[in-house]
Design a protein. Sequence first.
Length: 379
Amino acid sequence: MARLWNFSAGPSALPESVLQQAAQEMLDWNGSGMSVMEMSHRGPEFTRICDEAEDDLRELLGIGDEFAVLFMQGGATAENAIVPMNLIGLRDGHKADFVLSGIWSRKSATEARKYGDVSVVASSESELNQDGRTWQPWAWFPAVDQWQVRPDASFLHICSNETIGGVEFMDWPDARRMRALGAGDVELVVDASSHFLSRSMPLDRVGMLYAGAQKNAGPAGVTIVVVRRDLLGHALPICPSAFDYANVAKERSRFNTPPAYSIYIAGLVFKWLLKQGGLDAIEKVNQEKSRRLYQFFDRSDFYQLPVHPQFRSRMNVPFFLPDTTLDGIFLDGARERGLAQLKGHKSVGGMRASIYNAMPLEGVMALIEYLESFERTHG
Ligand code: PMP
C-alpha cells in the first residue's frame, strides 16, 4: 500500500499512527467488544472517550475552566449561524461587527445578517498599494488600528486563517486595545478552522473560538467550540435547542447524539499531538516546513506567490504557475510522484499546498524537489 503526500485543504491528511490505531480498534474498542460506532453515546465507554478528548484538548490549548469546550455538528458553516444566534443577544442592539479578510469571513458576515445588525468594520476586498507593489484583494489583512468597531457591538468576528487566500493573522487585539479602537465590551470571536492546533493561541483575548475539525483536528463531522462560560445563556428564542451553547455545555457535548466517531478520531489526534510535545513542538515543525517552502518560492522567478509576506499562512500556501496552460501538466506530474490534491480552490485557480500538522517535513521536501524539477523543465 502506498500512501500519497496529501496536500488537501480539508478534509486532509491525518497522522498515519492515528489511522492505524483506529483500524486496530475498529471491531473492538479497548476490550469492549464493540466498535466506537456501535456504542451508546451515554454509556461508560463513550463517556470516557469524549471526556478524555475534552481533557486532552484543554491540556493542548491551555483552556481554563472559565471556558466551555463543545463538540458540535454542522461544520464551521453552520457555526456562522449558530454564533450570532448565541451571542448577538449579549447586548440590546443585536449588533455584530466583522473584519473581512477573504471568502470565509465574508460568508460568516453574510450569514449573520439574518440574525441582527451587521457591520463590516474593515475589509481587504480591495487592492492594497504598499512598498511599490499592489496586493490583490484578499491577499492581505486589514491593520487593527483601522478597524472601526462599534461601541455597542456584541461581538467582533475575525477569521484568523483564510484557507482559500492563504492569509494568516495572529495579531488578535486584547480588550484594552479593542477599547482604544472605540469598542465597548465587545467579545472577539475567531474562526480558527484551518490553523487550529497548528500553534498556541491567545485564548485570553477571545470570547469564543471555533474550528471545523477536518484540517488539523480530525475528520469532518465535528466542530470544536471554545466559549467563555459567562457568555452562555443569551441565545435568541429562535435558536434550535441542539445549537444553544448553554444546553450543549450543560450536557458536556451530549445534549443529543454527538458525532461520536469523529470525536473519537479527534481524541486520538489530540493524544498524538501531546505525544509530539504539544502545540509548541508542532508549531516549530510547522514553522520549519513553511519556512522551507516560502524560501524556495522566494528564490524562484517562475512561481508567483499572491499573499503579502506579513500574512503568509503557515498552513495554506497558494501559488501560481507563470501560465495556466501548465496547470494540468503540473498536476499530472505531481500525481505521478505521489503528490496529491495540489489544485487551488476553484474560485481563485492556481495551486495550493496545504501543509497541516500531519504533513511531515519530508513531504514538504518532496514537494520542493518536484517544484524545482518542474521549473527546470518548463522555466
Ligand atoms: N471557515 C474556514 C476558515 C474554512 O476553511 C472552512 C472550510 N474549508 C469553513 C469555514 C467552512 O467549513 P465547513 O465546510 O466545515 O462548514
